[in-house]
Design a protein around this ligand. Structure first.
Ligand code: OGA
Ligand code: NI
Length: 366
Protein backbone atom coordinates (compact mmCIF):
# COMPACT_ATOMS: atom_id res chain seq x y z
CA UNK A 1 0.00 0.00 0.00
CA UNK A 2 2.77 2.37 0.96
CA UNK A 3 4.43 2.02 -2.44
CA UNK A 4 1.09 2.56 -4.17
CA UNK A 5 0.57 5.77 -2.25
CA UNK A 6 4.03 6.97 -3.17
CA UNK A 7 3.46 6.13 -6.82
CA UNK A 8 0.20 8.05 -6.79
CA UNK A 9 1.52 11.12 -5.10
CA UNK A 10 4.61 11.27 -7.31
CA UNK A 11 2.47 11.55 -10.43
CA UNK A 12 2.67 15.14 -11.60
CA UNK A 13 -0.27 15.36 -13.94
CA UNK A 14 0.28 18.95 -15.03
CA UNK A 15 3.90 18.20 -15.90
CA UNK A 16 2.86 15.33 -18.16
CA UNK A 17 0.13 17.40 -19.80
CA UNK A 18 2.61 20.19 -20.46
CA UNK A 19 5.21 17.81 -21.88
CA UNK A 20 2.64 16.34 -24.22
CA UNK A 21 1.47 19.79 -25.30
CA UNK A 22 4.99 21.07 -25.83
CA UNK A 23 5.92 17.98 -27.86
CA UNK A 24 3.17 19.12 -30.31
CA UNK A 25 2.77 15.49 -31.26
CA UNK A 26 -0.99 15.33 -30.71
CA UNK A 27 -2.91 12.12 -30.11
CA UNK A 28 -2.38 11.29 -33.79
CA UNK A 29 1.35 11.24 -33.10
CA UNK A 30 0.90 9.06 -30.00
CA UNK A 31 -1.31 6.70 -31.96
CA UNK A 32 1.10 6.51 -34.91
CA UNK A 33 4.01 5.80 -32.56
CA UNK A 34 2.37 2.46 -31.85
CA UNK A 35 1.79 2.88 -28.11
CA UNK A 36 -0.33 0.14 -26.58
CA UNK A 37 -1.34 1.99 -23.43
CA UNK A 38 -2.46 5.59 -23.22
CA UNK A 39 -0.82 8.21 -20.97
CA UNK A 40 -2.50 8.50 -17.62
CA UNK A 41 -3.82 12.03 -18.08
CA UNK A 42 -6.21 10.70 -20.76
CA UNK A 43 -7.86 8.27 -18.37
CA UNK A 44 -11.33 9.37 -17.32
CA UNK A 45 -12.92 8.76 -13.92
CA UNK A 46 -14.91 5.55 -13.33
CA UNK A 47 -18.27 7.37 -13.44
CA UNK A 48 -17.55 8.44 -17.04
CA UNK A 49 -16.06 5.11 -18.10
CA UNK A 50 -18.78 2.87 -16.69
CA UNK A 51 -21.31 4.51 -18.97
CA UNK A 52 -19.32 4.25 -22.25
CA UNK A 53 -20.94 1.90 -24.69
CA UNK A 54 -22.64 1.71 -28.03
CA UNK A 55 -26.36 2.19 -27.79
CA UNK A 56 -28.68 -0.76 -27.48
CA UNK A 57 -31.51 0.78 -29.49
CA UNK A 58 -31.93 0.91 -33.22
CA UNK A 59 -33.39 4.40 -33.18
CA UNK A 60 -31.60 7.05 -35.15
CA UNK A 61 -31.83 10.82 -34.94
CA UNK A 62 -34.53 12.23 -37.28
CA UNK A 63 -33.73 12.57 -40.98
CA UNK A 64 -35.08 15.61 -42.80
CA UNK A 65 -35.23 15.64 -46.57
CA UNK A 66 -34.68 19.17 -47.87
CA UNK A 67 -35.33 18.33 -51.55
CA UNK A 68 -38.71 20.10 -51.57
CA UNK A 69 -37.87 22.93 -49.23
CA UNK A 70 -38.87 25.54 -51.82
CA UNK A 71 -42.19 23.92 -52.65
CA UNK A 72 -44.99 25.93 -51.06
CA UNK A 73 -47.11 22.80 -50.83
CA UNK A 74 -44.49 20.69 -49.04
CA UNK A 75 -42.57 23.31 -47.02
CA UNK A 76 -45.01 23.38 -44.06
CA UNK A 77 -44.40 19.67 -43.52
CA UNK A 78 -40.62 20.14 -43.58
CA UNK A 79 -40.90 23.04 -41.12
CA UNK A 80 -42.89 20.81 -38.81
CA UNK A 81 -40.29 18.03 -39.07
CA UNK A 82 -37.44 20.43 -38.28
CA UNK A 83 -39.37 21.91 -35.37
CA UNK A 84 -40.24 18.50 -33.92
CA UNK A 85 -36.65 17.32 -34.27
CA UNK A 86 -35.23 20.46 -32.62
CA UNK A 87 -37.71 20.16 -29.76
CA UNK A 88 -37.40 16.48 -29.03
CA UNK A 89 -33.88 15.50 -30.11
CA UNK A 90 -31.97 18.75 -30.59
CA UNK A 91 -30.20 16.82 -33.37
CA UNK A 92 -31.13 15.76 -36.90
CA UNK A 93 -29.57 14.82 -40.22
CA UNK A 94 -30.41 16.67 -43.40
CA UNK A 95 -30.31 15.01 -46.80
CA UNK A 96 -30.72 16.48 -50.29
CA UNK A 97 -29.26 19.71 -48.92
CA UNK A 98 -27.82 20.70 -52.28
CA UNK A 99 -24.11 20.22 -51.53
CA UNK A 100 -22.69 17.65 -53.96
CA UNK A 101 -21.27 14.43 -52.53
CA UNK A 102 -17.95 15.23 -54.22
CA UNK A 103 -17.64 18.42 -52.14
CA UNK A 104 -18.32 16.49 -48.91
CA UNK A 105 -15.64 13.94 -49.85
CA UNK A 106 -13.10 16.58 -50.87
CA UNK A 107 -13.56 18.39 -47.56
CA UNK A 108 -13.10 15.22 -45.50
CA UNK A 109 -10.09 14.18 -47.56
CA UNK A 110 -8.44 17.59 -47.17
CA UNK A 111 -8.83 17.58 -43.36
CA UNK A 112 -7.63 13.98 -43.23
CA UNK A 113 -4.62 14.98 -45.35
CA UNK A 114 -3.80 17.76 -42.89
CA UNK A 115 -3.84 15.39 -39.90
CA UNK A 116 -1.97 12.68 -41.83
CA UNK A 117 1.05 14.92 -42.41
CA UNK A 118 4.31 14.17 -40.61
CA UNK A 119 4.62 15.57 -37.13
CA UNK A 120 7.30 18.13 -38.12
CA UNK A 121 5.01 19.68 -40.72
CA UNK A 122 1.99 19.93 -38.43
CA UNK A 123 4.05 21.16 -35.46
CA UNK A 124 4.54 24.47 -37.26
CA UNK A 125 0.82 25.12 -36.90
CA UNK A 126 0.51 23.87 -33.32
CA UNK A 127 -0.54 26.64 -30.95
CA UNK A 128 -3.17 27.60 -28.37
CA UNK A 129 -4.79 30.87 -29.19
CA UNK A 130 -8.50 30.49 -28.77
CA UNK A 131 -11.19 32.72 -30.17
CA UNK A 132 -9.41 34.01 -33.27
CA UNK A 133 -7.29 33.10 -36.29
CA UNK A 134 -6.12 29.56 -36.99
CA UNK A 135 -5.24 27.12 -34.24
CA UNK A 136 -4.10 23.51 -34.39
CA UNK A 137 -3.79 21.66 -31.10
CA UNK A 138 -4.76 18.53 -29.23
CA UNK A 139 -7.78 19.15 -26.97
CA UNK A 140 -8.73 22.83 -27.03
CA UNK A 141 -9.53 22.59 -23.32
CA UNK A 142 -6.40 20.56 -22.44
CA UNK A 143 -5.50 22.76 -19.47
CA UNK A 144 -9.08 23.18 -18.23
CA UNK A 145 -10.33 19.60 -18.49
CA UNK A 146 -9.93 17.07 -15.68
CA UNK A 147 -9.01 14.36 -18.20
CA UNK A 148 -7.87 14.75 -21.80
CA UNK A 149 -9.77 13.30 -24.76
CA UNK A 150 -8.50 11.34 -27.76
CA UNK A 151 -8.70 13.94 -30.54
CA UNK A 152 -6.70 16.70 -32.26
CA UNK A 153 -8.30 19.68 -34.00
CA UNK A 154 -7.55 22.28 -36.62
CA UNK A 155 -9.66 25.38 -36.04
CA UNK A 156 -10.18 28.47 -38.18
CA UNK A 157 -12.41 31.43 -37.37
CA UNK A 158 -14.66 32.62 -40.17
CA UNK A 159 -17.02 35.53 -40.50
CA UNK A 160 -16.40 38.74 -38.62
CA UNK A 161 -13.22 37.71 -36.75
CA UNK A 162 -12.00 35.81 -39.78
CA UNK A 163 -8.60 34.13 -39.90
CA UNK A 164 -6.30 35.32 -42.66
CA UNK A 165 -6.86 32.90 -45.52
CA UNK A 166 -3.10 32.47 -45.95
CA UNK A 167 -2.86 31.29 -42.32
CA UNK A 168 -5.01 28.25 -43.12
CA UNK A 169 -2.66 25.35 -43.93
CA UNK A 170 -2.30 25.15 -47.67
CA UNK A 171 -3.03 21.43 -47.80
CA UNK A 172 -6.69 22.12 -46.93
CA UNK A 173 -7.07 25.89 -47.52
CA UNK A 174 -9.23 25.79 -50.63
CA UNK A 175 -11.49 23.12 -49.13
CA UNK A 176 -11.90 24.91 -45.78
CA UNK A 177 -12.98 28.12 -47.52
CA UNK A 178 -15.35 26.25 -49.85
CA UNK A 179 -16.84 24.19 -47.03
CA UNK A 180 -17.48 27.28 -44.94
CA UNK A 181 -19.56 28.65 -47.81
CA UNK A 182 -21.49 25.43 -48.54
CA UNK A 183 -22.19 24.60 -44.90
CA UNK A 184 -23.35 28.15 -44.23
CA UNK A 185 -25.88 27.89 -47.05
CA UNK A 186 -27.24 24.72 -45.46
CA UNK A 187 -27.28 26.38 -42.02
CA UNK A 188 -29.24 29.31 -43.45
CA UNK A 189 -31.83 26.99 -44.99
CA UNK A 190 -32.22 25.11 -41.72
CA UNK A 191 -32.41 28.28 -39.63
CA UNK A 192 -35.17 29.58 -41.90
CA UNK A 193 -37.15 26.41 -41.16
CA UNK A 194 -36.47 26.67 -37.44
CA UNK A 195 -37.44 30.33 -37.45
CA UNK A 196 -40.73 29.61 -39.18
CA UNK A 197 -41.22 26.73 -36.74
CA UNK A 198 -41.32 29.33 -33.96
CA UNK A 199 -43.87 31.38 -35.88
CA UNK A 200 -41.26 34.00 -36.87
CA UNK A 201 -40.28 35.35 -40.28
CA UNK A 202 -38.03 32.95 -42.21
CA UNK A 203 -35.21 35.51 -42.20
CA UNK A 204 -35.32 36.27 -38.46
CA UNK A 205 -32.14 34.44 -37.44
CA UNK A 206 -30.22 35.83 -40.38
CA UNK A 207 -31.29 39.30 -39.29
CA UNK A 208 -30.00 38.41 -35.83
CA UNK A 209 -26.60 37.62 -37.46
CA UNK A 210 -26.64 33.97 -36.37
CA UNK A 211 -23.86 33.05 -38.85
CA UNK A 212 -21.63 36.11 -38.59
CA UNK A 213 -19.22 34.56 -36.12
CA UNK A 214 -18.27 31.06 -37.19
CA UNK A 215 -15.67 28.58 -36.05
CA UNK A 216 -14.58 25.86 -38.46
CA UNK A 217 -13.13 22.84 -36.66
CA UNK A 218 -11.60 19.81 -38.39
CA UNK A 219 -11.30 17.05 -35.77
CA UNK A 220 -9.24 13.90 -36.07
CA UNK A 221 -10.01 10.95 -33.77
CA UNK A 222 -7.16 8.52 -34.40
CA UNK A 223 -7.14 4.88 -33.39
CA UNK A 224 -7.04 4.59 -29.61
CA UNK A 225 -5.38 1.47 -28.16
CA UNK A 226 -7.48 1.63 -24.94
CA UNK A 227 -10.85 3.06 -25.95
CA UNK A 228 -12.45 1.80 -22.75
CA UNK A 229 -10.32 4.18 -20.65
CA UNK A 230 -10.92 7.50 -22.39
CA UNK A 231 -13.32 9.36 -24.69
CA UNK A 232 -13.09 10.98 -28.13
CA UNK A 233 -14.93 14.07 -26.85
CA UNK A 234 -16.34 14.51 -23.35
CA UNK A 235 -20.14 14.83 -23.05
CA UNK A 236 -21.08 18.47 -23.68
CA UNK A 237 -23.59 20.71 -25.42
CA UNK A 238 -22.48 23.22 -28.04
CA UNK A 239 -22.55 26.82 -26.81
CA UNK A 240 -23.49 28.63 -30.05
CA UNK A 241 -26.71 28.95 -32.03
CA UNK A 242 -26.43 25.93 -34.30
CA UNK A 243 -23.78 23.45 -35.45
CA UNK A 244 -23.37 21.73 -38.83
CA UNK A 245 -21.32 18.54 -38.78
CA UNK A 246 -19.84 16.49 -41.62
CA UNK A 247 -18.04 13.23 -40.81
CA UNK A 248 -16.48 10.20 -42.44
CA UNK A 249 -17.91 6.69 -41.99
CA UNK A 250 -16.01 5.79 -38.80
CA UNK A 251 -18.58 5.66 -35.96
CA UNK A 252 -18.40 7.27 -32.52
CA UNK A 253 -20.85 10.17 -32.16
CA UNK A 254 -23.61 9.67 -29.59
CA UNK A 255 -26.52 11.88 -28.58
CA UNK A 256 -28.29 11.85 -25.23
CA UNK A 257 -31.97 11.13 -25.71
CA UNK A 258 -33.88 10.81 -22.46
CA UNK A 259 -31.63 8.65 -20.29
CA UNK A 260 -29.98 6.88 -23.22
CA UNK A 261 -26.90 7.55 -25.31
CA UNK A 262 -27.97 6.90 -28.90
CA UNK A 263 -25.43 6.20 -31.68
CA UNK A 264 -25.76 8.59 -34.61
CA UNK A 265 -25.80 6.34 -37.63
CA UNK A 266 -24.46 8.31 -40.56
CA UNK A 267 -26.66 8.53 -43.62
CA UNK A 268 -24.67 8.69 -46.88
CA UNK A 269 -24.45 12.29 -48.02
CA UNK A 270 -26.20 13.51 -44.87
CA UNK A 271 -25.14 16.41 -42.68
CA UNK A 272 -25.80 16.49 -38.96
CA UNK A 273 -27.33 19.65 -37.50
CA UNK A 274 -27.72 20.38 -33.81
CA UNK A 275 -29.20 23.08 -31.64
CA UNK A 276 -26.73 25.01 -29.42
CA UNK A 277 -27.22 26.61 -25.99
CA UNK A 278 -27.74 30.07 -27.50
CA UNK A 279 -30.67 28.82 -29.59
CA UNK A 280 -32.21 27.07 -26.59
CA UNK A 281 -32.09 30.39 -24.75
CA UNK A 282 -33.33 32.66 -27.54
CA UNK A 283 -36.15 30.22 -28.37
CA UNK A 284 -37.08 30.40 -24.66
CA UNK A 285 -36.54 26.67 -24.25
CA UNK A 286 -38.60 25.65 -27.28
CA UNK A 287 -35.56 24.08 -28.99
CA UNK A 288 -33.22 21.84 -27.03
CA UNK A 289 -29.45 21.99 -26.89
CA UNK A 290 -28.65 18.37 -26.20
CA UNK A 291 -25.61 16.65 -24.71
CA UNK A 292 -23.48 14.62 -27.06
CA UNK A 293 -20.12 12.88 -26.97
CA UNK A 294 -17.76 10.88 -29.13
CA UNK A 295 -16.44 7.49 -28.02
CA UNK A 296 -12.69 6.95 -28.34
CA UNK A 297 -12.05 5.42 -31.74
CA UNK A 298 -11.41 1.68 -31.69
CA UNK A 299 -11.09 1.39 -35.50
CA UNK A 300 -7.67 1.44 -37.10
CA UNK A 301 -8.86 4.14 -39.46
CA UNK A 302 -9.09 7.68 -38.06
CA UNK A 303 -12.49 9.24 -37.57
CA UNK A 304 -12.67 12.67 -39.20
CA UNK A 305 -15.38 15.16 -38.39
CA UNK A 306 -15.76 18.72 -39.59
CA UNK A 307 -17.84 21.03 -37.51
CA UNK A 308 -18.92 24.61 -38.04
CA UNK A 309 -20.23 26.38 -34.96
CA UNK A 310 -22.50 29.33 -35.73
CA UNK A 311 -22.51 32.21 -33.27
CA UNK A 312 -24.28 35.53 -33.21
CA UNK A 313 -22.28 38.67 -33.75
CA UNK A 314 -24.55 41.20 -32.13
CA UNK A 315 -28.26 41.71 -32.34
CA UNK A 316 -29.34 44.50 -30.06
CA UNK A 317 -27.96 47.89 -29.34
CA UNK A 318 -27.84 47.37 -25.59
CA UNK A 319 -25.46 44.39 -25.68
CA UNK A 320 -27.91 42.03 -23.94
CA UNK A 321 -29.07 38.67 -25.26
CA UNK A 322 -31.95 36.52 -24.09
CA UNK A 323 -35.27 34.95 -25.09
CA UNK A 324 -36.73 36.71 -28.13
CA UNK A 325 -39.42 39.14 -26.94
CA UNK A 326 -41.71 38.07 -29.82
CA UNK A 327 -41.91 34.58 -28.30
CA UNK A 328 -42.97 35.75 -24.85
CA UNK A 329 -46.49 36.17 -23.53
CA UNK A 330 -48.22 36.02 -20.14
CA UNK A 331 -48.77 32.30 -20.82
CA UNK A 332 -45.16 31.84 -21.90
CA UNK A 333 -43.00 34.09 -19.74
CA UNK A 334 -39.22 34.15 -20.16
CA UNK A 335 -37.58 31.15 -18.54
CA UNK A 336 -34.07 32.59 -18.95
CA UNK A 337 -32.77 35.99 -17.96
CA UNK A 338 -30.83 38.24 -20.31
CA UNK A 339 -27.04 38.05 -20.41
CA UNK A 340 -24.05 39.75 -22.03
CA UNK A 341 -21.61 38.27 -24.51
CA UNK A 342 -18.89 38.78 -21.91
CA UNK A 343 -20.77 36.48 -19.53
CA UNK A 344 -21.17 33.94 -22.33
CA UNK A 345 -17.44 33.96 -23.16
CA UNK A 346 -16.31 34.00 -19.54
CA UNK A 347 -18.43 30.95 -18.90
CA UNK A 348 -17.10 29.12 -21.96
CA UNK A 349 -13.42 29.77 -21.40
CA UNK A 350 -13.46 29.27 -17.65
CA UNK A 351 -14.29 25.59 -17.84
CA UNK A 352 -13.80 22.42 -19.81
CA UNK A 353 -16.23 21.55 -22.60
CA UNK A 354 -18.59 19.70 -20.39
CA UNK A 355 -21.92 20.82 -19.10
CA UNK A 356 -24.75 23.26 -19.57
CA UNK A 357 -23.80 25.53 -16.74
CA UNK A 358 -24.57 28.75 -18.66
CA UNK A 359 -28.14 27.64 -19.33
CA UNK A 360 -28.50 26.57 -15.73
CA UNK A 361 -27.16 29.90 -14.52
CA UNK A 362 -29.62 31.81 -16.66
CA UNK A 363 -32.71 29.90 -15.61
CA UNK A 364 -35.25 32.08 -13.85
CA UNK A 365 -36.29 30.36 -10.64
CA UNK A 366 -39.97 30.58 -9.83
C1 OGA B 1 -17.92 19.22 -31.15
C2 OGA B 1 -18.52 17.89 -31.32
C3 OGA B 1 -18.63 15.83 -32.53
C4 OGA B 1 -17.89 15.09 -33.58
O1 OGA B 1 -16.88 19.48 -31.76
O2 OGA B 1 -18.51 20.03 -30.40
O3 OGA B 1 -19.46 17.60 -30.66
O4 OGA B 1 -18.48 14.15 -34.12
N1 OGA B 1 -18.01 17.07 -32.24
O5 OGA B 1 -16.74 15.41 -33.83
NI1 NI C 1 -20.37 19.35 -29.84
Amino acid sequence: MATMATATSSYDRMKEVKEFDESKIGVKGLSDSGITSIPRFFIHPPETLSDLKSSSTFTNIPIIDLAEVSSSALRPKIIQQAKDAARTWGFFQVINHGVPLSVLDETINAIKAFHDQPHEVKAKFYKREEGQGVMYASNNDLYRAKAAAWHDSLQAWMGVRKAKVEDIPEICRKEVVAWDKSATEVAETVMELLSEGLGLEAGKFKELTFSDQRAFVGHCYPYCPQPELTVGITPHSDPGVVTVLLRNHVPGLQVKHGEEWVDVKPVPGGLIVNVGDFLQIISNGEYQSVQHRVLANSCKEARISIVIFYNLNKWKGDGYYGPLPELLSPEKPAIYRNFTMQEFHDNFYSKAIDNKSLIQKLEIQN
